[in-house]
Write a protein of this length. Structure first.
Length: 229
């Protein structure tokens, strides 16, 4: 009997967990995306409770990331890979747009155009090659989380609280280290369909995304409200 999903173009996941012949080809890498779903729900709930509804978009990004990644690891199809990258590029474009708004003060309309333009560019680069979107994703995240954040530290650091950003980086770097160990097969048990380095990456990266929400809450400029005089 043929395996499920064989009617769709394949895009094997290049991670440690062995792929099964079933509706869920990588169980561990699939179920662990529950972290993004929980993070998204938490962000949407907290944004309403603490008056930060302008950040609810990050909650929807987390939900989209979890659904897209789960679909990819369950199916290992090309359409699943696009869904997976969609979540990643939504997240990177959101963080970049936030820091551009903090730095430039551009209007809501311009920031939205900037956000969607970056997202569509990244997704468009997926069509000819799977390498180009990876390179662009690294450029985008480096520009957002390193270069622009450094510039903002110099210009606005005295008025910014960085505790949540430090927590974000601590969790993210541990998660990324586990991702590297998994993809390089340095820490690898292919038959373990419960937990792997990549599954841990999903869970920890979801926690880091929630920490970003807490960090962004302090910036009134993101509400697009004029400061009171």
């Amino acid at each position: 009997m043929p395996c499920p999903w064989e009617g769709l173009a394949r895009a094997p996941a290049e991670f440690c967990e062995e792929s099964l012949c079933g509706w869920i080809r990588q169980p561990g890498n699939t179920w662990s995306n529950i972290g993004f779903l929980l993070a998204g729900i938490a962000i949407l709930y907290r944004s309403r409770r603490v008056g930060a509804e302008h950040l609810r978009g990050l909650g929807y990004v987390a939900l989209t990331t979890g659904i897209g990644s789960a679909f990819f690891h369950a199916s290992e199809t090309l359409v699943g890979r696009f869904a997976d990258w969609a979540g990643m590029y939504l997240g990177a474009s959101y963080m970049l747009a936030v820091n551009v708004r903090r730095l430039s003060g551009w209007s809501r309309r311009v920031i939205r155009l900037f956000f969607w333009g970056n997202f569509l560019l990244g997704m468009g680069l997926m069509v000819p090659s799977s390498r180009h979107p990876t390179i662009y994703y690294v450029i985008e995240t480096t520009l957002c989380c390193v270069l622009l954040e450094a510039i903002l530290f110099v210009k606005q650091g005295k008025n910014t609280h960085y505790a949540w950003l430090v927590r974000y980086w601590l969790v993210f770097l541990v998660a990324y280290g586990l991702w590297l160990l998994d993809v390089s097969k340095s820490l690898c048990d292919p038959g373990n369909h419960w937990m792997s380095g990549h599954a841990a990456w999903h869970l920890l990266d979801a926690v880091a995304m929630y920490f970003l929400f807490e960090y962004y809450r302090q910036f009134r400029v993101l509400t697009y409200e004029r400061p009171s005089t």
